[in-house]
Design a protein around this ligand. Structure first.
Ligand code: CDT
Length: 309
């Protein structure tokens, strides 16, 4: 038996501040058409796809800040993407800055089925960076200023013939993100990222940016017996270099497809969801081998002897 989902990881090159949503959506539609020509079932776009990565700037004008958020999805500007997806019969996942009718702000990703219906939504939980202006940095990373911590947990949806989950960028560095979905039998995790090569508080990590990116995604895939589709927005955006390396990773932990450029580039792979089974049934059979009571007891005991103050 095999259950094939053909996936297109739609890496996007730099999106400058002057680029309009209309221009960005036109690039996305191009990638979607290319994916359809490869008979993809699903195309995965990066985190905050529709604009430049705006948390790199300290902004005070509310009007300026609001210009980076979407109040509705689809909107007039994003409708062409949904219309083209319906015409081509292809699913997609998209990251964007969400402004709710109640005025709440989230770093959000959605899963859209082959009929262009939104079937899943995730709001980023691990928000990196800082909330206050730190002028000593070469650029800011103000996700804690511009977004609330997501309130939807990590869902897993029955869609596109499999169990699909989503996480967003910094989430991929935390084992809990994968494990919460692993415990819901996830078979494919869709994940977009915007990762500057330079990390101002720890420049000694810069040379390891690509290595850490691969390390966490490959480990997360293997330890949870799931496919991982990691998709970058990359290149030099407003003077800030962001890594590429968009990858499709099998439940074996192996990278089976990877972008070669720092530009718009589609990486395609035929992913057999049944390949997850032998990992979930043997080495990572959670029911047989996980020890949650034991983990809890150890944490409680540690808490009892933890140094005060
Ligand atoms: N967008 C996002 O979450 N970026 C962070 C940068 C962390 S600083 C190296 C990331 O984890 O890739």
């Amino acid at each position: 038996m095999s259950r094939i989902v053909t996936v297109g990881a739609a890496q996007m090159g730099a999106i400058q501040r002057a680029h309009s949503r209309r221009e960005v959506v036109a690039r996305m539609v191009e990638l979607m058409r290319e994916a359809a020509s490869h008979r993809c079932d699903l195309v995965v776009f990066p985190e905050l796809t529709l604009t430049t990565f705006f948390p790199r700037w300290w902004m005070e004008s509310q009007e300026e800040i609001d210009s980076f958020y979407e109040r509705e999805m689809p909107s007039n500007e994003t409708a062409p993407l949904f219309n083209e997806a319906a015409r081509l019969g292809i699913g997609f996942s998209l990251g964007y800055a969400e402004l709710t009718p109640e005025g709440r702000r989230f770093n959000t990703a959605i899963l859209v089925n082959k009929s262009a219906q939104i079937v899943g939504k995730y709001r980023k939980i691990h928000l990196p960076g800082h909330a206050g202006h730190e002028p000593w940095r070469a650029f800011q990373h103000l996700e804690k200023r511009y977004f609330e911590v997501g309130d939807l947990s990590w869902g897993v949806w029955n869609a596109l013939n499999g169990h699909m989950g989503m996480m967003i960028c910094n989430d991929r560095r935390w084992p809990e993100s994968y494990r919460v979905m692993g415990l819901q039998s996830v078979e494919m995790i869709l994940l977009g990222y915007n990762t500057p090569r330079h990390n101002p508080p720890a420049p000694d990590h810069d040379r390891l940016s690509e290595f850490h990116n691969q390390l966490v995604m490959q480990a997360g895939a293997y330890q949870n017996g799931t496919w991982v589709v990691g998709v970058a927005k990359c290149g030099v955006e407003e003077g800030c270099e962001m890594i590429g390396g968009s990858s499709i990773i099998a439940p074996t932990g192996e990278v089976i497809g990877q972008a070669l450029t720092q530009e718009d580039e589609l990486v395609v792979a035929r992913c057999d969801l049944d390949l997850t089974k032998s990992y979930k049934a043997t080495i990572f059979n959670f029911d047989m081998h996980r020890q949650p009571d034991h983990y809890r007891r150890i944490v409680e005991q540690r808490g009892a002897v933890a140094p005060q103050g």
